[in-house]
Design a protein around this ligand. Structure first.
Ligand SMILES: CC[C@H](C(=O)O)C(=O)SCCNC(=O)CCNC(=O)[C@H](O)C(C)(C)COP(=O)(O)OP(=O)(O)OC[C@H]1O[C@@H](n2cnc3c(N)ncnc32)[C@H](O)[C@@H]1OP(=O)(O)O
Ligand code: CO
Length: 145
C-alpha cells in the first residue's frame, strides 16, 4: 500500500455551530463549508479548509455533530463530552488494494468500502488495531491524480 496525503482530521463536537464560530473567530479560519447532514453516518458535518503551500489545498478539519446518540460519533461523545479528535483520514491511490493490505495484516476493516463525505470510496480500520487511532482510508479523488 502507498500512503497518500492526510485528507482530514475528523473532530467530533456536541455543537457544530459553536465549533464553526470557534474556528472562524478564535482560529481565524476563512474557508469553512456550509454544514450538511450525512444521514448514512448520522452526522451533521462541515469542513474547515486549511491553506496549503503555494496556494495548494491544505488539509481539512472535518467537524462532526451526531444527529443521534445511537451513532458512532454519538457514542464517542458520551465518553468525550467536550468533543475533540475522533479520527484521521489518509488518501490512498487504490481503495481495494488498501483494504486487502490491512486485512492481510489482520486489522479489522469496518465494513465494505462506501462513498464518504468527499464522494469517493472510504473505509475505516478499527482503532484497537491502529494504536488507538480510528483511521479512515479514502481513495484519492480522481481530479487529484
Ligand atoms: C462525515 C462522514 C465521514 C464519512 O464517513 O465519510 C466520517 O468520517 S463519519 C465518522 C463516523 N463514522 C465512524 O466513525 C465509522 C467507524 N466507526 C465505527 O465503526 C465505530 O465507532 C467503532 C467500531 C470504531 C467503535 O464502535 P463501538 O460500537 O464498538 O463503540 P465502543 O464505544 O464500544 O468502542 C469500542 C472501543 O473502541 C474505542 N473507540 C471508539 N471510537 C473510537 C475512536 N474514534 N477513536 C479511538 N477509540 C475509539 C472505545 O473507546 C472502546 O474502547 P474501550 O477501551 O473498550 O473503551
Ligand atoms: Co472522516
Amino acid at each position: 500500500m502507498k500512503l497518500g496525503r492526510m485528507n482530514h482530521i475528523g473532530v467530533a463536537t456536541p455543537d457544530l455551530d459553536a465549533s464553526i464560530a470557534f474556528y472562524r473567530d478564535i482560529m481565524g479560519a476563512t474557508d469553512i463549508t456550509e454544514p450538511f447532514v450525512l444521514e448514512s453516518q448520522q452526522v451533521r458535518v462541515c469542513f474547515v479548509n486549511t491553506p496549503g503551500e503555494n496556494g495548494t489545498a491544505g488539509t481539512q478539519v472535518e467537524l462532526l455533530q451526531p444527529t443521534t446518540s445511537d451513532s458512532a460519533v454519538g457514542k464517542w461523545l458520551e465518553k468525550n463530552p467536550l468533543g475533540g479528535q475522533h479520527h484521521i483520514c489518509y488518501e490512498v491511490p487504490d481503495i481495494h488494494e488498501a483494504k486487502a493490505w490491512f486485512e492481510k495484516l489482520g486489522k479489522r476493516v469496518l465494513g465494505e468500502p462506501r462513498v464518504g463525505a468527499h464522494g469517493t470510496l472510504i473505509f475505516f480500520v478499527h482503532p484497537k488495531d491502529m494504536g488507538g487511532q480510528l483511521t479512515e482510508i479514502m481513495e484519492t479523488p480522481k481530479e487529484a491524480h
